[in-house]
Design a protein around this ligand. Structure first.
Ligand SMILES: Cc1cc2ncn([C@H]3O[C@H](COP(=O)(O)O)[C@@H](O)[C@H]3O)c2cc1C
Ligand SMILES: O=C(O)c1cccnc1
Length: 375
């Protein structure tokens, strides 16, 4: 069955309160002072509610690193030349990039996708090492008109949905997002500005490390793209088409596909979270399935996470992308799944509860006795 964007948007369900409560009450019975594993328990509760089981499994992990190029690089918005995108894709395939190393530590596969690299990646694709969902050879310069057509925006979203579907069918139970595309911090910040109305200067950062001149070119480029294209903040597909990127659409689609399949997805940094913002705008309940791997050094990222209501698991001054922050956070998610799935309860381990808990249990028993004793 081919999943369309509309079908997936309609099929994403918010987590059930019943499962959240069930998970919470089981977690409260695990052998530790109540709440003492902090945020790990919040993650555990959400994993249980996503998978609707008290023994959620997240050990078959994959990070999908989506690659695409950006016409806006003409404006001098990146510290690196565009040819770095295919060069880094080759590096991913050879296993020499940061994401290869960190995904391997996390026990996650890396799946590289050509969503719209400006060069032909024929040879690499023929080696079967990367997936090709190429929408086009890079986006158009958004300072001169829309980055892509509406049809291309939908195509990139549906590619991500399809990839999520295939991976889940293969048994993947935890997904992570990643990106590669010189210039892509510019459309990512533009997406945030378009959806939020926040000041472009406030949310725009240095990406790969542009100097002050580069930063002001970036801010001007984003302002110009918003002015010329007037993306409709109430239409996420329009925002993606006018100021987005093919890999950002692919990431948004992957997140929607994961949510549709009830699989948790660890979102990486600025670019991935721009995709997450689009996914959330299209299907608000998709945020229930997202975990923020980390908070990036890029100033826009905190604003994005706040809009999504996500607390980052790590704060390590990362500013790389590729899925590196998602990979680093995956062991924490796996830890949370095993805490709820494997720890003993007070009853099972015959461990005494706190004085306060024992007192409130006594009070409840007392009340119950009173209730039945009334004629
Ligand atoms: C060698 C290299 C490896 C990377 N891996 C991720 N990025 C990151 O930097 C780029 C975004 O920054 P900007 O918008 O400033 O171009 C993206 O490719 C992103 O994935 C890299 C960048 C470079 C140069
Ligand atoms: O936050 C990120 O993911 C990021 C920041 C700068 C450059 N590339 C990626």
């Amino acid at each position: 069955m081919v999943l369309t964007l509309d079908k997936v948007i309609q099929g994403i369900e918010p987590l059930k309160d019943e499962w959240r409560k069930k998970a919470r009450s089981h977690i409260d019975n695990l052998t530790m002072p109540r709440g003492s594993l902090g945020e790990v328990l919040v993650i555990a509760e959400r994993l249980a509610a996503i998978k609707e089981t008290l023994k959620p499994s997240v050990n078959r992990k994959a990070i999908v690193t989506m690659a695409g190029d950006h016409g806006v690089v003409e404006e001098g918005v990146s510290a690196y030349p565009q040819e770095v995108t295919p060069q880094m894709v080759a590096n991913f395939v050879a296993g020499g990039a940061a994401i290869n190393v960190l995904a391997s530590v996390a026990g996650a596969r890396v799946i590289v996708v050509d969503m719209g690299v400006a060069q032909d990646l024929g040879e690499l694709v023929q080696q079967g090492e990367i997936l090709s969902y190429k929408v086009d050879y890079g986006t158009k310069n958004m300072c001169k008109g829309p980055a892509m057509t509406r049809e291309q925006a939908v195509q990139s979203l549906e590619a991500g949905i399809r990839i999520a579907g295939h991976l889940v069918e293969e048994g993947v139970d935890l997904l992570g997002t990643g990106d590669m595309g010189i210039g892509n911090t510019t459309p990512s910040s533009a997406i945030l500005a378009a959806l939020s109305g926040l000041s472009v200067a406030e949310i725009t950062g240095r990406g790969t490390g542009v100097d002050d001149v580069g930063l002001s070119k970036k801010i001007q480029a984003i302002k110009k793209a918003l002015e010329i294209n007037k993306p409709d903040p109430n239409d996420a597909v329009d925002v993606l088409a006018k100021v987005g990127g093919f890999e950002i659409g692919g990431i948004a689609g992957l997140i929607l596909g994961a949510a549709y399949c009830r699989v948790p997805v660890v979102v990486d940094g600025l670019i991935s979270t721009a995709g997450a913002l689009l996914a959330h705008a299209l299907a608000p309940a998709s945020a229930d399935y997202m975990f923020a791997g980390h908070v990036s050094r890029e100033p826009g990222h905190r604003h994005m996470l706040r809009r999504l209501g996500l607390r980052p698991l790590l704060d390590l001054d990362l500013r790389l992308g590729e899925g590196t922050g998602a990979a680093l956070a995956m062991p924490i998610i796996e830890g949370a799944a095993q805490v709820i799935g494997k720890m003993a309860t007070f009853e099972q381990a015959s461990v005494s509860r706190s004085v306060e808990e024992r007192q409130s249990e006594q009070d409840l028993i007392g009340e119950g006795t009173k209730a039945v004793s009334i004629p």
